[in-house]
Design a protein around this ligand. Structure first.
Ligand SMILES: Nc1ncnc2c1ncn2[C@@H]1O[C@H](COP(=O)(O)OP(=O)(O)O)[C@@H](O)[C@H]1O
Ligand SMILES: [Mg+2]
Length: 259
């Protein structure tokens, strides 16, 4: 639960999601309760199949729960989707190969059926924000995996979302690139003040990025526990060598082993 007076960006009450296939029924989420504060960075950690992606999809209004209630800024997720309050970043950056970096970031502003809010920062400035100044004209095939993922983050930010949903965005990257992107993502988050829900398989990533870590368990997908992250707001990669960080990751590993 959040501190009194803190307005939640996302609120889930007793949420259940079931998938019915020919052979079986999967309970992807069961009895899920969650409040995410505005401006919070929440990481979601759990074994595969525990409903992490399903939870993000419910928040984004891509699927509806079978039971329970989800609100985004106090309203149905549909309202948030229509207002374009939500940006989504997936593991696969899915850039259009015939558009350069800048044109990919401009895309959401061009294809919108209704008038979209524009980020205060222009697409060019967003590329700079994610560390791609000078690469505006490069095409996706000319960019490294890390750079492509930066473009997809800038693209998600172009319509000025209040909530950024990130589903294992750095899962396919090498460790050094991932570390660097983790640092930069925290900087971007602090600069923009947006709410982030970030799914990962990595204990280190979950601990380094989050203000809290939502640990989930599978069969049925549910909340295992919420772990507060007691690390300084100013985190560098050196933070990972601190005793507090090591203790936190050990705790997360212990919980994960029993999920
Ligand atoms: N569209 C779907 N149809 C049937 N089952 C699904 C569908 N989407 C997800 N599931 C099942 O729901 C469970 C949770 O999936 P998911 O949210 O993708 O887990 P995670 O992202 O934590 O790996 C899994 O058992 C998965 O197989
Ligand atoms: Mg997933």
């Amino acid at each position: 639960m959040l501190e009194p007076g803190v307005q939640p960006a996302v609120s889930c009450r007793n949420v259940q999601v079931r998938f019915f296939t020919e052979r079986r029924t999967v309970t992807a989420l069961q009895g899920l309760n969650l409040d995410v504060a505005q401006g919070e960075f929440l990481t979601l950690l759990g074994p595969s199949g525990c409903g992490k992606s399903t939870l993000l999809r419910v928040v984004a209004d891509l699927i509806a729960p079978n039971a329970g209630e989800v609100t985004v800024f106090g309203q149905k997720p549909e309202a948030a989707r229509l207002r374009r309050d939500i940006g989504f970043v997936f593991q696969d950056p899915a850039l259009l190969p015939w558009r350069n970096a800048l044109q990919n970031v401009e895309l959401p502003l061009q294809v919108a059926v209704s008038r979209v809010r524009r980020a205060k920062a222009s697409p060019r400035e967003l590329l700079e924000l994610v560390g791609l100044k000078g690469s505006e004209k490069a095409y996706p095939h000319e960019l490294s995996g890390g750079m492509r993922q930066r473009v997809s983050i800038a693209r998600a930010l172009a319509s000025d979302p209040k909530i950024l949903l990130m589903d294992e965005p750095f899962g396919a990257l090498d460790e050094i690139t991932r570390d660097r992107l983790n640092e930069e993502l925290r900087r971007v988050w602090r600069e923009l003040g947006i709410t982030v829900l970030f799914v990962t398989h990595s204990i280190h990533e979950a601990a380094y990025l989050g203000q809290r870590v939502l640990m989930m368990a599978a069969n049925p997908g549910r909340v295992r526990t919420m772990v507060p992250v007691d690390l300084p707001a100013d985190r560098t990669l050196a933070t990972r060598e601190s005793a507090a960080f090591v203790a936190l990751t050990s705790e997360l590993r212990r919980v994960l082993e029993t999920c």
